[in-house]
Design a protein around this ligand. Structure first.
Ligand code: NDP
Length: 408
């Protein structure tokens, strides 16, 4: 019943493709396309299903995408490349009459800045074309929005306070590595913090606001207030929210390395000239342009190679305060995911797993007709119940705590 095209062949795509292949009753025809076809072929080999097709595509080029979409004719494109490619892929979807899903909102390459306005601007065009676009369907954004929608539907008359808490208590035994694409990750973390309070967005210096938060089965971990994209859609879709914040844990060693990276200029995203030796062995030099952060990505460990020795768990959830039947109540809903279990099932670590599984479930919701509505939508705008049910079945079970101490 479902013909799906996955774009990207990184950690998240590897997990999503494993899960897509496991649900063959829903996904009947599958293609993986990315910049490097060999990486798509490697995923197919790991899954062991030769019926999955692969292709090479430069997703920065609408023309190449249109050609690919017209050849394969997917019903849904699952975009698991980088946030830079969101708009070109959405554009190609409109040109070819294909539905769309992604896990991260658009970011221009030359500006470390993310917001939904660029993608929300496509709403009317998707509506007019009768096509569905589902935005931000990983874990956070993604499950964090579904958790909030589930809380609003079943446990609150009014949500007033929302704290999304994201802990990675895993140890990959590397001095410094990022858990997903290093370029995107470092751009995100080094930005100013931002949170919502009483109708206003308040800015904080990068990682300057922090406190210990206790995570189930893990214990207290220092957690840092950051800007995160789902806050933007959640305060819009739940206007009773007075305060919305996002917290993520970092170890001291990680922060020390990050500080050094910034201080020596390696997190810069502007182009600079570099004199490099010519590859012909002539001993002559040539001036080339490099972006320091992209160069750093090339020398850092590949997040996809962290899985084998990764121990420990992630714990991501929503801590919510609000009103039910005239009384204040608190609610905490979360998932803990073991890096080792994720690795055993898919060959990838927990951060790729917690993103790739929800991307597959979102695609499943679309093909089952449960999340199918012309326009451009964030996940919390759909019915959370069937998605929550699948989380339990597909490897990301959730737990609830009612009226506990939220610590926040
Ligand atoms: P990776 O860097 O591992 O993978 C990205 C893939 O996209 C690579 O295979 C890369 O190709 C491919 N790609 C990059 N540029 C192009 C292009 N122009 N054309 C075609 N393919 C391209 O990233 P991750 O798998 O870690 O992350 C994937 C996405 O998931 C990112 O957008 C990230 O922000 C998002 N994410 C979302 C989370 C959430 O919870 N919502 C959490 C974690 C990640 P090549 O292999 O040749 O470089």
């Amino acid at each position: 019943m479902g013909k799906v095209l996955v774009i990207g062949a990184g950690g998240v795509a590897t997990v999503a493709c494993h899960k897509i292949a496991q649900n063959s009753d829903v996904f009947t025809e599958i293609m993986i396309a990315s910049r490097t076809k060999a990486k798509c072929d490697k995923i197919v080999e790991a899954i062991g299903n030769p019926n999955i097709k692969t292709a090479q595509v430069d997703a920065d080029s609408v023309e190449e995408l249109v050609k690919l979409f017209n050849d394969f004719k997917p019903e849904l494109v699952v975009n698991l490349a980088l946030p830079y490619q969101d708009l070109t892929i959405m554009e190609a979807c409109l040109q070819c009459g294909v539905n769309y899903l992604d896990t991260a909102n658009y970011e221009p390459k030359d500006e470390a800045h993310f917001e939904y306005s660029w993608q929300w601007a496509y709403k009317k065009r998707f509506e007019d074309a009768g096509l569905t676009a589902i935005l931000g369907c990983g874990f956070d954004p993604g499950v964090s929005g579904v958790y909030t929608a589930y809380a609003a539907k079943h446990h609150f008359d009014e949500i007033t306070h929302l704290d999304i808490v994201d802990c990675n208590a895993g140890n990959h035994h590397k001095a410094f590595a990022t858990n997903f694409n290093p370029e995107i990750n470092i751009r995100e973390i080094t930005q100013k913090g931002l949170y919502y309070k009483d109708g206003e967005w308040l800015e904080t210096d990068p990682l300057s606001v922090h406190q210990p938060i206790t995570y189930p089965n893990i214990g207290p971990r220092e957690s840092y207030l950051m800007h995160h994209e789902e806050l933007e859609s959640l305060v819009k879709n739940y206007p009773t929210i007075k305060q919305a914040r996002f917290w993520m844990t970092f170890g001291q060693q990680y922060l020390t390395y990050l500080d050094v990276i910034q201080n020596i200029g390696m997190s810069r995203i502007d182009e600079m000239e570099y004199e490099a030796p010519l590859a012909d062995g002539s001993g002559k030099n040539v001036k080339v342009k490099i972006v320091p952060l992209q160069f750093l990505k090339a020398v850092l460990p590949n997040p996809q190679d962290l899985g084998e020795n990764y121990e420990g768990e992630t714990s991501i959830g929503c801590r919510i305060r609000g009103i039910k039947d005239g009384k204040e109540r608190t609610y905490y809903v979360y998932n803990n995911c073991s890096h080792q279990e994720a690795y055993k099932e898919t060959g990838m670590q927990g951060v790729s797993y917690t993103t790739g599984v929800p991307a597959m479930i979102g695609a499943m919701m679309f093909f089952k007709g449960l999340w199918k509505r012309p326009g451009v939508w964030n996940v919390e705008e759909f019915d959370p119940d069937p998605f929550m049910e699948q989380l339990n079945k597909q490897g990301l079970p959730w737990h609830e705590v009612f009226d506990g101490d939220l610590e926040l």
